[in-house]
Each structure stands twice: as structure tokens, then as C-alpha cells.
Design a protein around this ligand. Sequence first.
Ligand code: E4P
Length: 221
Amino acid sequence: MKFFLDTANIDEIGQALDWGLCDGVTTNPTLVAREGREMEEAAKEICELVGPDRPVSAEVLAVEYDAIVKEAQERAAWAENIVVKIPLIPEGVKAMKTVSEMGIPINATLIFASTQALLAAKAGATYLSPFVGRQDDAGFDGMASVEQIAQFLRMYDDLDCEIILASARTVEHVIRGTQCGAHICTMPFDLLQKLFKHPMTDIGLDKFLADYRAMQEELGK
Ligand code: E4P
């Protein structure tokens, strides 16, 4: 499973890169606004920071077909690793078809049901982003949609997409994503940090180091 960081924060991306745990970045208008930045300059800086081999999703703000296609072309020109995020609305799906035929990679966003993912897959999206945490918040089992998408992608060779498990909130989301074969999990920085944590690792490390120190003291070293 590839790990994407779901953030527009440069320090967080830098830290994840340093750990060797950043295979790409997803942003959205909320995340960019949180940094108080314009979409274009933020996306360009992130693309340069992560390098050309890591995809960076930048979302369109338009909601009508012509404007979505225009914004998609503009964003694709910002950097070679830009993936254009297009929302799962009828005008968006129509635009996905056109934009994918232009050879521009698409991340279909705001997917809350496997049927919506199927529409995006048929329109040529490169990535399908089911929003798991937000489905859970609304009382649904978000992971069920990911499992259903993984199943239909396995069954139909002509649907050539990768699943981005999005709106991931918990370690359990990551585990269940690996179990059903989600290709990518995009996660906020705090979730990435949580993946390291286990109390027994800390307890075990303290004991190893204390035992070795005690032996050295005994030998007068
Ligand atoms: C996906 O690409 C979105 O940016 C993101 O995962 C949304 O997550 P949230 O529900 O935590 O805002």
C-alpha cells in the first residue's frame, strides 16, 4: 500500500519524506485554505518538494463542465506530477471523460458510494477516492464502500484505476484498507504518526537500553 499525505502543510510533508513514508500528496480547498495560501503557489511548492515521481492532487474549484475542463488543463500545466481532483457530480463525471482523454491524470473526489466510484472509473479516472471517515461520521460503514470498489476493480480488467482510501481517521481504517487491497491510503499527518505508536515498543526499548546500561555500569565502563 502506498502512503499519501493528506495535507498542504510543507513541514508535515517534509517530515514524512524524511521518514521515507510519503509516496504522494493529496490536497483539497479546505487544506490549502488552512495554510492561508493560494492553490497554485501551494501546489507548485509541494510538487517541487516531493519531486516528479510522487503525484500531488490539486482540486478544481469549478462545478460546470467547461470551467472544470479549463481548470484541469491549467492545473496540469503547473507541474508534471499534478493529478487533477474532480468532484463526483454529473458535470464532473462528464469532464472526467474529456480530461482523461487529454491524458491528464484524475483523482475522482467526494466519493461516498461504490456506485459513484463506478461512474468515475468508467469516465477514465486514474484514482478513486472514497471518503471513509466522513461516511462513518454519517452512520455508514465507510470501509464497506472501499471493499466493494476493490472487488469490482478486481473483476473488470477494463477499469484501470487505483483506490485512494481517503478521509482516513483511524489505524483500523489503514488495516482494513490493506486487507481489501486499497492501493493507497491518504492520511493526515497525525494518523501517520499514530502508525508508529505501540506502548510495548516504548516499554521494550526502555528495557533493552536499561539492561545494556546496567551491564556497562557493572563492568565500570
Ligand atoms: C481526500 O483526498 C480528502 O482530501 C480528504 O481525505 C478528506 O478528509 P477529511 O474527511 O478528513 O476532511
